[in-house]
Design a protein around this ligand. Structure first.
Ligand code: ADP
Length: 242
């Protein structure tokens, strides 16, 4: 069984001569916690964005991307919005309303879910994330860590199957970062959501991960359990280990 699959993906940005991703293949199975790592500029962000059509950069693309066996491009934006959650680096750029409770409800409102259902799902997620105490605050009163948790909770209200995170803690202080990553671990364990995360705090995420993927100069050079991937890196004498 596979949830999402990328096969032989090669991608080149407009007016560039060399491909930023070369012949990348990877398959995510339901329940996976996959960490994507690699040197800065190796194409991690470009790769993650291929998995949601509205975020995919313009350029020349070959290969196939599927979700539950269907080509991603054939899946309507609204369905992708519900099934594929995406958390980006900047906590501020993703908040779209002025109140915490409204932020949590917003995605469900856009999907036309009934008010009763919205209320129950929002209450459930507020409790899961422990954000009842700031439920009635204005979003601009929140700390960076709270904003990023709110972004995550607003996505989880939609019950996505796949949660993708691109350096979600890079603008958080160390305590908020660890707290945020622990929450991602709980989401994976307790809700069963499949996670694909690009995160430089490897010491926080490796213990939760069943797979560690290494991208180097646009090529996937390892895709194994963390222990096996570290062995591969050691055998290659890879600078990432230094
Ligand atoms: P990473 O997330 O691993 O740091 P990125 O996916 O952000 O890497 O970038 C990979 C490469 O693609 C980098 O060399 C970057 O400069 C280049 N790049 C990113 N966005 C664009 C763009 N819109 N046009 C051209 N090149 C880009």
């Amino acid at each position: 069984m596979e949830l999402a699959s990328i096969q032989n993906l090669t991608f080149t940005y407009p007016e560039q001569e060399t491909a930023v991703l070369s012949d990348v293949s990877l398959t995510l199975r339901p329940g996976d916690f996959a960490v994507l790592a690699g040197p800065s500029g190796c194409g991690k962000s470009t790769l993650l964005r291929q998995l949601k059509t509205v975020l995919a950069p313009h350029g020349q693309r070959t290969g196939t991307i599927t979700l539950e066996g269907r080509p991603l491009d054939d899946i309507p934006a609204q369905e992708q919005a519900a099934k594929i959650g995406f958390v980006l680096q900047s906590p501020d750029s993703q908040i779209v309303t002025d109140k915490v409770w409204h932020e949590l409800a917003f995605g469900l409102e856009s999907l036309g879910v009934s008010n009763t259902e919205i209320r129950s799902r929002v209450a459930e997620m507020a409790s899961f994330f422990g954000i009842q105490t700031w439920f009635h605050l204005e979003t601009n009163q929140l700390s960076g860590g709270q904003k990023q948790l709110l972004n995550l909770a607003s996505i989880m209200v939609l019950q996505p199957q796949l949660l993708i995170l691109d350096e979600p803690t890079s603008q958080l202080d160390p305590i908020a970062a660890t707290d945020f990553l622990q929450t991602i671990g709980r989401i994976n364990r307790e809700l069963g959501t499949t996670v694909l995360i690009c995160e430089h705090r490897l010491e926080d995420v490796i213990p939760m991960a069943n797979r560690l993927l290494i991208l180097d100069k646009g090529k996937l050079i390892a895709d194994e359990t963390p222990m096996e991937t570290f062995d591969i890196l050691r055998n290659l004498d890879h600078p990432m280990l230094l």
